[in-house]
Write a protein that binds this ligand. Structure first.
Ligand code: ADP
Ligand code: ADP
Length: 228
């Protein structure tokens, strides 16, 4: 579903963030991306949703070479990809419900279907009772659960998360992981960059380690492999 061939990324300032990566991620996989700060993990995941364009190489997403997309074609790609960040990026003036519904309105979902779908994803993250709350009335963990609900509301085939538990205490981090597991069980591919050693070591999922922009390890039931 995601295939990178000989992918390189040099930023305009000359920093070589990704240096010749080859990787293939199948539908339904759950993949952790690990490695030291500055190793290129963020750049690697940003290449997958065309936030960053490679200097060289091809990136296929569900059969399409996304490096060749025109800018006007990028929104169509993004509809198939849910993205979750470390900082939550909810719109502060909209309620929880509206933040999620907004993503459905953007793709012009029929108004009749929006309410059902929004309540469905709020149920998945156990926050139906917060539908009318505003982001500044939520805890950090609740904030992140709303972000996750928003990322999946349009039924993406993959969810890409960059340090989604980075600002959370262990208990909240684990409830976030349970949600990603549930999302993955329903067939959605999950790709997650993380520094959370205990989560990676407990889950025993595929682990791709990146150092200096290169893949140095790729194991099907891997471990974190660094000091926390
Ligand atoms: P990680 O997510 O593993 O911390 P990043 O992909 O964020 O790694 O960064 C890899 C390297 O690229 C670092 O040296 C970083 O400073 C640099 N970098 C990241 N984003 C940019 C950017 N927009 N412009 C220039 N350099 C960048
Ligand atoms: P993340 O939070 O996903 O790791 P950031 O965009 O915050 O990624 O940046 C990661 C690293 O890249 C940091 O070290 C940051 O200083 C560097 N970086 C980000 N944007 C730029 C930029 N425009 N120019 C140079 N370095 C950058």
């Amino acid at each position: 579903m995601i295939e990178m061939k000989d992918v390189w990324k040099a930023y305009p300032n000359g920093v070589m963030a990704v240096n010749g990566i080859n990787i293939s991620i199948d539908k339904g996989e759950f993949v952790y991306i690990v490695g030291p700060s500055g190793a290129g993990k963020s750049t690697f995941v940003k290449l997958m949703y065309r936030e960053v364009k490679p200097t060289k190489g091809t990136i296929h997403f569900n059969g399409t070479d996304i490096t060749k997309l025109k800018n006007r074609q990028v929104p169509k790609l993004r509809r198939q990809i849910g993205v979750v960040f470390q900082d939550f990026k909810l719109l502060p003036k909209l309620t929880v419900y509206e933040n999620i519904a907004f993503a459905q309105e953007v793709i012009e979902e029929h108004p009749r279907n929006i309410r059902t779908r929004v309540m469905e994803v709020l149920d998945l993250v156990k926050l139906q009772h917060k539908a009318r709350s505003f982001p500044d009335e939520l805890s950090g963990g609740e904030h992140q659960r709303v972000s996750i609900a928003r990322s999946i509301v349009n039924n993406p085939s993959v969810v890409i998360a960059d340090e989604p538990t980075g600002n959370l205490d262990p208990e909240n981090a684990w409830s976030i992981m349970d949600i990603f597991e549930e999302i993955n069980r329903s067939g959605t591919t999950v790709v997650m960059a993380t520094h959370n050693k205990s989560i990676v070591n407990t889950m025993k999922r595929r682990v791709i380690a990146i150092e200096d922009g290169m893949i140095v390890r790729d194991e099907l039931r891997g471990e974190y492999g660094y000091e926390a």
